[in-house]
Design a protein around this ligand. Structure first.
Ligand code: BES
Ligand code: ZN
Ligand code: ZN
Length: 502
């Protein structure tokens, strides 16, 4: 599907999308810059109580032939004074779904009514384009040819025009940026949606290598022997029960001169988490193919940073393995030594994400990062605390938290800070080793996991941990540009925005 920026005057299209803000009490909703015939239609829609301009609301009028369009699709924006770029992204996703159901092969979004409400017009173009391109994602690689053919016969949306009074260079730039960000977020989703047998650690590493070709990214992949030689005791321990060898993926992008310390992104790349010997119940276990979504977010963000040609130094690190039971598997009570020399006793082999991140964070520390961020589907507890709207953020650094909040506000991704204190560190002390991988109570499970990770981050390094277990998949009920079921690609955009602030 192609997006084009076009002048709104006298534009002809199959289906025209008209965005409408919710009117004040006792007032009729009005559309800006549209033909009077469309305005009439809107008035009758509101009089019939079919459409009022509420968030996520839409009304399709077929074969009405007004304002140069065969069909008119009204899409609600909610209250004009509450409109932000995330609401534009959502409205564009609702428009996409309406365009699809109108069976149009081409359509146009009239953006003028939104543009007049924003200081930066490019922001509107970027959000609208992302809403459309993220909605167009579908994971159908594993459908049989027969079903794929059926899809070809369906009418496909091939082109959508974004209509503005006067296209500018800044708007064109915003469209290009949205294309890169959406492509890389969709790539991260694809890595997540691929099932465990199609997304092993070595496949994940190969995907990163392949996608990085021609982007200026340097990708290095360590195999099992190298992982052992480099004393990655956590990654190696978790991989013991699996027939699939682990991988450690290093992605480097240097465009800010050799002297500038890099920003390091670390992502949990657990391609399937059975729990290991502390095996999970079978109910919903298939969802554990998504346990590499932190790694996918890092790979997606690194690709986007390179494709956007940002003038920054960044390194992406993805420890990747399966977590399986088996004759050689790690056992409860086993002790290993992590890369930084600390010993860890493993009381629960299902708390494995923190074990593979321990080595990666230790290695990241050695790169003397200006800042380090990690993303992981780390705890079920974060779902209880925050549900599927907000990613949990843990950091002791207030300045870094402000940057994270600013970056997230810019991209529309929701984050929420939770506590990380010495009390949580105390809960993670070991009996016969330095640390234990689970706390001695079940309380504040996401915070104690963060406290464990902190033990592998060098003193003084600005660091934040993002727990995406609630936001990495099945979030479309809240955010309609996400697939009904499947990976969201969360944090790709916010990590890029953080790199831009480095
Ligand atoms: N991958 C899981 C976390 C998870 C659970 C993500 C549910 C998404 C949905 C992680 O490896 C895990 O199993 N964590 C345990 C930790 C516990 C044993 C301390 C958990 O959260 O139950
Ligand atoms: Zn687990
Ligand atoms: Zn896990």
């Amino acid at each position: 599907m192609k997006l084009k920026l076009q002048k709104s005057s006298s534009f002809e299209t199959q289906t025209l999308v008209v965005f409408v803000a919710k009117a004040d009490k006792d007032k009729k909703p009005t559309a800006v810059g549209v033909a009077s015939g469309i305005q009439e239609l809107l008035h009758s829609a509101s009089e019939d109580s079919v459409f009022s301009g509420d968030k996520k609301e839409s009304a399709l009028y077929r074969n009405v032939q007004r304002g140069g369009a065969k069909n008119i699709l009204f899409v609600g924006l909610g209250k004009a004074n509450e409109l932000d770029s995330e609401q534009v992204r959502i409205a564009a996703a609702v428009a996409f779904q309406g365009l699809r159901s109108s069976k149009a092969t081409e359509g146009a979004l009239q953006l003028d009514s939104i543009l007049k409400l924003f200081k930066k017009p490019a922001e509107v173009v970027e959000a609208a384009a992302e809403g459309l391109l993220l909605s167009n994602y579908e994971y159908d690689e594993l459908k049989s040819k027969k079903n794929a053919k059926k899809k070809d016969e369906k009418k496909e949306l091939v082109e959508i025009s974004l209509l503005v009074g006067q296209p500018t260079g800044a708007m064109e730039g915003a469209l290009k940026r949205a294309e890169i960000l959406s492509e890389c977020q969709n790539f991260a989703r694809r890595l997540g949606d691929a099932p465990g047998n199609y997304m092993t650690p070595s496949i994940l590493a190969n995907e990163a290598v392949k996608a990085a070709k021609g982007t200026g990214l340097k990708v290095t992949v360590w195999d099992k022997a190298r992982i052992k030689k480099e004393r990655f005791g956590g990654l190696l321990s978790v991989s013991l029960g699996s027939h699939e060898d682990p991988r450690f993926i290093i992605m480097e992008y240097k465009a800010a001169g050799a002297k500038k310390n890099p920003t390091v992104f670390v992502g949990k790349g657990l391609t399937f988490d059975t729990g290991g010997i502390s095996i999970k119940p079978s109910q919903s276990m298939e969802e554990m193919k998504y346990d590499m979504c932190g790694g996918a977010a890092v790979i997606g963000a690194m690709l986007a940073i390179a494709k956007l040609k940002l003038k920054v130094n960044v390194v992406g690190l993805v420890p990747s393995t399966e977590n399986m039971p088996g004759g050689a598997a790690l056992k409860p009570g086993d002790v290993f030594f992590a890369r930084n020399g600390k010993s860890v006793e493993v009381f629960n082999t299902d708390a494995e994400g923190r074990l593979i991140l321990a080595d990666a964070l230790s290695y990241g520390t050695e790169l003397k990062p200006a800042a380090m961020f990690d993303a992981a589907t780390l705890t079920g507890a974060i779902l209880i605390a925050l549900g599927n709207t907000h990613t949990g953020v843990f950091t002791r650094n207030d300045k870094l938290m402000k940057e994270i909040q600013d970056a997230a506000d810019e991209t529309g991704e929701l984050v929420w800070r939770l506590p990380l204190t010495d009390w949580h560190v105390e809960d993670m002390k070991g009996t016969h080793a330095d640390l234990c991988n689970i706390s001695n109570n079940r309380l504040a499970g996401s915070a104690t996991a963060a406290a464990f990770l902190e033990q592998f981050v060098g003193e003084g390094i600005p660091w934040a941990h993002f727990d995406i277990a609630g936001t990495a998949w099945n979030v479309s009920s809240r955010f309609p540009y996400n697939p009904k079921k499947g990976a969201s690609g969360v944090l790709v955009r916010t990590f890029v925005a953080l790199a831009e602030r480095s």
